[in-house]
Design a protein around this ligand. Structure first.
Ligand code: 7TS
Length: 406
């Protein structure tokens, strides 16, 4: 993979921040966008903008074709059987809320269990807390190993015949842990439970085959995989989606509306009430083309090298604590001595380096780690080993600066 050629396709990367070349290490929060995605959205608004699924006019059918072609691109990318199984949402959060509110509330009852892990993002905790409160179901957590992984023994001990839903991240946004989804799905299914995968940090970096994983639902956001913000996907197995009620009602999702009752469109449109995120879907289609052209295997290989290099170099910094397992996705969450992570991020920003600091929307995991916050450097296909070196230099400067202050 030619990283320099890839970088040239991301116009935002070619700039200085605080007088230094931008080193963008916050792709887990949101990725940058290649020119082809920017062009696809621009061209949609210039030549095709219209509402979808209603116009007889030419622009209406152009917009509808672009929107539905994007759905087909998603289907191929995740290896789903049918576009009926690909629902466009606003992002991962909306997708998980849809499953929890629709499938969850109609399939859960008092005594049932929803199984999660303590490494989940708030978006994969709170919707389940709400579903549990509404139905009398209870939440259970698969305990983590000291390195922030789950073992299949722990999964087997937690999932029981009362378990109806297992909701788990493909990849942790804090620890970088890659969870064994296929094996967990098998255990869940043996107990008659469904598995909901939070793929927000999985699909940007790993080849995802929903049939191979045999997951029942897979939720993800476009903006972490080179697409615009505001578009995401809920994949669901057709037989499950067929039996679920929509949670948003209005235009676009109906078949017939009478004064006192209405019927819904078929899948996937029954879950897409209102004018959809057309330009976002077009951008997501272009992002999928871009990622497919580079190749998910090549992206993963590059990122694994970066992650290993980053871990090796960062470990040489005295007083650094790095969280999470050895084998991980391309992100490193850390703390530096007693320096607050917000101060770390501020000093790094002065050097042109963007990292995230805070609780990363994973407060239960922060408690498990026994910290209030951390800093996180996260990498994507456009990052280089030189940028890791710049980060390490920046961290040494941070230490020196605060060492002198204290
Ligand atoms: N799940 C995981 C694992 C995530 O990392 C995120 C966003 C979400 C769900 C929510 O995605 P959204 O697109 O619906 O907001 N994670 C992060 C992050 O790590 N830093 O900023 C956002």
């Amino acid at each position: 993979m030619d990283v320099q050629a890839i970088r040239q396709q991301f116009p935002i990367l070619d700039q200085e921040i605080n007088g230094k070349p931008l080193v963008y290490l916050d792709s887990s929060a949101t990725s940058q966008k290649p020119q082809s995605v920017i062009d696809a959205v621009d061209s949609y608004y210039r030549f095709a903008n219209a509402n979808v699924h209603r116009g007889v006019h030419t622009l209406g059918s152009r917009a509808t074709d672009l929107y539905e072609n994007a759905r087909e691109k998603v289907r191929q990318f995740i290896h789903a059987d049918s576009t009926a199984e690909v629902i466009f949402t606003r992002g991962t959060t909306t997708a998980i809320n849809l499953v929890a509110s629709s499938f969850g509330r109609s399939n859960l009852q008092a005594g049932d269990e929803i199984v999660l892990t303590p490494m989940e993002h708030h978006s994969n905790i709170i919707p389940w807390q709400q579903a549990a409160k509404a139905t009398g179901a209870k939440l259970k957590y698969i305990p983590l190993q000291p390195d922030g992984t789950v073992t299949l023994d722990a999964v087997r001990e937690t999932i029981t015949n009362q378990t109806k839903i297992v909701a788990i991240a493909h990849v942790s946004n804090v620890l970088g842990t890659i969870n064994p989804i296929k094996e967990i799905a098998e255990i869940a299914h043996r107990h008659g439970a469904v598995i909901v995968v939070d793929g927000a940090q999985g699909i940007p970096h790993l080849e995802v085959d929903v049939k191979e994983l045999n997951c029942d639902f897979y939720a993800f956001s476009g903006h972490k995989m080179c697409a615009p913000t505001g578009i995401g996907v809920l994949y669901g197995k057709r037989e499950l989606l067929e039996n679920m009620e929509p949670i948003e009602f209005g235009g676009e999702m109906i078949d017939f509306v009478h004064l006192y009752d209405s019927t819904w469109k078929e899948l996937p449109w029954k879950f897409e009430g209102g004018t959809p995120i057309i330009a976002g879907a077009v951008g997501l289609g272009a992002a999928i083309d871009f990622l497919s052209e580079v190749g998910m295997d090549a992206i993963l290989e590059h990122e694994q090298k970066l992650a290993a290099y980053a871990m090796e170099k960062m470990r040489t910094i005295e007083g650094i604590s790095i969280y999470g397992p050895e084998h991980r996705a391309a992100l490193v969450t850390f703390n530096l001595d007693d320096v607050h992570p917000h101060d770390v991020a501020t000093v790094l920003d002065a050097e042109g380096i963007a990292v995230r600091a805070g609780h990363h929307c994973a407060q239960p995991l922060m408690r498990w780690l026994d910290v209030t916050a951390t800093a996180r450097a996260s990498f994507y296909l456009y990052n280089t080993v030189e940028e890791v070196d710049i980060l390490v230099d920046g961290l040494l400067k941070t230490k020196e600066y605060f060492g002198n202050v204290f």
